[in-house]
Design a protein around this ligand. Sequence first.
Ligand code: SF4
Length: 289
Amino acid sequence: MDGDFDSELAELAALTAAHLRHELDMANPFLPRVPAPELASQEAPISAESVGTEPVAAEPVAAEPVAAEPVATPMVQAPSTQAPSTQAPSAQAPSAQAPSVPDDPATALRVIQARAAECTRCRLHEGRTKSVFARGSLSATVMFVGEGPGYHEDQQGVPFVGRAGQLLDKMIGAMGLGADEFYICNVVKCRPPENRTPTPDEAAACLSYLEAQIEHVAPRVIVALGRHAAHNLGVGDGRWRGRWGTFQGIDVMPTYHPAFLLRSPEQKRPVWQDLQAVLTKLGREVPTR
Ligand code: SF4
């Protein structure tokens, strides 16, 4: 009798603990129960040390939708020939994958990063301090793609280093991804003035850099951060958030941008669901600690 009661009690305690764990996860999805990973080492000038060193208050953030699901706009096309440097840019620009780019991913991306640093394909080069290429691991399984650099990113030449970047690191930490499992970049490599959304021709001029990054890193999943990134990865139509698509044959999960989550923290829950879907796609357990 006592044995039955003890076993029922133990079963009840286990169920209660599991329920509480689930509730806690949903209420605080980005709490760093698994510490945010250290940045993977990468070739200079992609600096790992700069993350989290920026002041928190003054970061200008990219415009993100605040309320209703945004309306879709056409996806930009990959550029192919050179555009003038000081005129309104055309979608015609040379490929970042010129024949001289080596096959080795690390070397190839260094060459392409150097090209982006001196690129004048679109008007965004006129206001940049530094072009912003990437941070993370070249052997990443998950690539996070945002819209474009903000103020701090432009100053440091590293993507997602302000408040939004700190939140993205928490999201990555909550997923349990290790330092060698993620890679972060943007659709455009130069900061748009006043953090405005890049125009379609600017995104088109820059797209071959992103395509080269995807080709050489070859992630298993891409997470598109925000409506603009989703559009440029072909998954921004209709009710875009949380709906799987593909780009260059790679699964793409579109979700909200961390800058949007800073203004609308109640949206963390659906974003966490999207990140859980990514983990499931990768065949990984969803962290519950
Ligand atoms: Fe070149 Fe891209 Fe910068 Fe435009 S945003 S100047 S295409 S690197």
